[in-house]
Design a protein around this ligand. Structure first.
Ligand code: GLY
Length: 605
């Protein structure tokens, strides 16, 4: 099945079932708390909450779209078989209210009113097995297994979906997997919005479709409330689905990418496949971002575009790629995708933007090379100076500097460089944080990871909560307590520390209360850069496993001049600005991990 047939079949199927076909929205979302469009439901947020009326605007409470999406979290992963920064997502949506037919949520209802779980699951399964003709033997699904009832905002086991899959669709029990919050609960995008439990459809173990049941609304303060009108939001990655249907395990081998990859290969005959894939992804993404009006800059979405373009340009220098790569790529994208995305017809402007960035980059390289000539020998320090001062990507400096490196064989240089780079990341994180202000653009800061900008914001709140927790534990249990590890995601924090017995219930409560007390005191959170020895002198806590550079960042909670300084830790950040932003801190569990090491799991509300 060709990718164009898949597009058509998807639209036809849902149009027939009362959905209004809606064009993809821009990659620049209208929600200021989100940097780029990451999901199909974003353009419909106001319909879910009743602020806009879908029946009035679309003539139906049901819509279907193929949405342009961009996920920054995947930038570093691109080059393998599945990751893309820019991709398209097929989705069907329902905004409620649900008007139950005689037998409830009814898949035979091809009207225009809202529908919910039963219908969404029926149609998804019908589309996959009958329209796409995927044998049901290949299918497994996941559903939301439920939170512990003890936590606030807990969401119960999605029994209804389980029953639909098992009893109505006939899926055997062992093909229905119960997932946790991190896997089977989706949204919201941005600061607040619709969200809910999900059911995912897998083919041969590959997730192809995510069905979100927007039963909840998450408020800005983190509270979940039942949505007035439960909605449906589904997302099916187009490239991945196409790979499954075309029997390839690499999205770059689908008919969406194949010709483009072939074209790039002509520019780098015999080029490393990974580089070709990175170029294919980044070129396509840059062209779509530019077509939507994003311009390279040092902040927000503009910075993402600049980063992609500079990576392309660095490879162009490294692999000696002809400058025609840009015009030919723009022409290619226009020819292949302007039918679906007319903004690509603006090829002249798109190309002018890319070319301007290329010239700027060339100038920077020129200056960098000139500077490089001044050195007879280049070590990692010099390489970093060049990296920092001329804004050249790491990859390229490494490549160019290597020719002048003496007394170090390749492997050692690589290692030294990596070490320097790691230390350096501590500092550049601070820079990044300044640069991106409240947007939390740094999606993998080394320490913190998040799948998108919104999640990163939550993760940053957890990060500060971790410092507060360490302080609080040391207050209650004594100063021998030291962090031995931590793991943070958007749902919870996990903190490991040295302590040789189980904590009592009173101690746990005391630690929790103390942390909340400090949250309520609105203490400032900030950092200072200082020499490692000064940081050690003031007693800043270091994580014993880490190696630190000579200049370090120390994060403080509270102000010395106000007499409420409580915490100082070696840390690259990022953090929130004030403890009050954490919300309510709650310890869920205290357990042993190894001899002398305890683990705390906590959430914030
Ligand atoms: N909005 C559903 C998804 O992105 O998976």
């Amino acid at each position: 099945m060709t990718s164009e047939q898949i597009r058509q079949k998807f639209f036809d199927f849902f149009e027939k079932r009362g959905h209004k076909i809606v064009s993809s929205s821009s990659l620049i979302p209208d929600d200021p708390s989100v940097l780029l469009t990451t999901a199909g439901m974003q353009q419909f947020k106001k319909y879910y909450i009743g602020e806009l009326n879908a029946s009035k605007d679309f003539g139906s409470q049901r819509t279907v779209s193929i949405q342009k999406c961009f996920r920054t979290s995947d930038i570093e992963e691109v080059g393998d078989n599945t990751h893309l920064t820019f991709f398209e997502m097929l989705g069907n949506f329902s905004f409620g209210p649900i008007v139950p037919s005689a037998d409830g949520d009814n898949p035979k209802d091809f009207g225009t009113s809202g529908y919910f779980k039963r219908v969404a699951i029926f149609w998804a399964y019908e589309f996959v097995t009958e329209v796409l003709e995927i044998n049901s033997e290949r299918i497994t699904v996941s559903i939301f297994g439920g939170d512990s009832e003890k936590i606030e905002n807990s969401v119960p086991f999605d029994e209804q979906s389980y029953n639909i899959w098992h009893k109505e669709m006939g899926l055997p029990k062992d093909k229905i997997i119960c997932g946790k919050r991190e896997d089977n609960f989706w949204g919201p995008t941005g600061d607040e919005g619709p969200c809910g439990p999900t059911t995912e459809i897998y083919v041969d173990g590959i997730e192809i479709w995510n069905l979100v049941f927007n039963e909840y609304y998450r408020e800005k303060n983190g509270r979940l409330r039942k949505a007035e009108n439960p909605g449906i939001d589904t997302g099916m990655g187009f490239e991945r689905l196409t790979a499954v249907l075309q029997g390839v395990d690499d999205v770059f081998e689908t008919d969406i990418f194949k010709d483009f990859v072939f074209k790039i290969n002509e520019f780098i005959p015999g080029g490393e496949r990974k580089i070709v894939k990175i170029l294919a992804d980044h070129l396509k993404a840059s062209i779509f971002l530019t077509a939507d009006g994003i311009r390279p800059s040092n902040k927000e979405a503009g910075y993402i575009l600049r980063r992609l373009l500079r990576r392309i340009l660095a490879y162009s220098v490294k692999c000696d790629i002809h400058a025609d790569l840009f015009p030919e790529s723009v022409d290619f994208m226009k020819a292949k995708f302007s039918r679906f995305y007319p903004e690509l017809n603006n090829a002249k402007t798109i190309l002018a933007v890319l070319e301007e960035e290329r010239l700027k980059f060339q100038e920077a390289i020129g200056k960098g090379l000139k500077e490089m000539k001044k050195y007879d020998e280049i070590g990692v320090k010099e390489a970093f100076y060049l990296y920092e001062t001329f804004g050249l990507p790491f990859e390229l400096i490494k490549e160019l500097a290597r020719q002048k490196v003496k007394n170090l064989n390749k492997g050692e240089f690589e290692k030294e460089f990596a070490k320097e780079f790691e230390g350096h990341q501590e500092i550049s994180r601070a820079g990044a944080e300044k640069k991106f202000g409240g947007h939390g653009l740094v999606l993998n800061t080394g320490e913190l990871k998040a799948v998108n900008e919104e999640e990163m914001k939550k993760v940053i709140r957890f990060h500060t909560a971790t410092h507060l927790l360490q302080w609080s534990l040391r207050e209650v249990l004594g100063k021998d307590v030291r962090q031995t590890g931590s793991d943070i995601n958007a749902e919870r924090l996990r903190f490991d520390f040295s302590f040789n017995r189980k904590m009592t219930a009173e101690e746990i409560k005391k630690v929790e209360d103390l942390a909340n007390e400090k949250i309520n005191e609105n203490l400032p959170v900030y950092f200072k850069e200082m020499s490692k020895s000064d940081a050690e002198k003031i007693g800043a806590l270091a994580f014993f496993k880490a190696k630190y550079p000579d200049v370090v960042k120390v994060y403080f909670i509270g102000a010395e001049e106000k007499g409420n300084l409580i915490s100082a830790e070696f840390c690259g950040g990022p953090h929130i600005n004030n403890t009050s932003e954490i919300g309510k801190f709650k310890i869920l569990k205290e357990e042993a991990v190894a001899a002398g090491i305890r683990r705390i799991r906590a959430i914030i509300e």
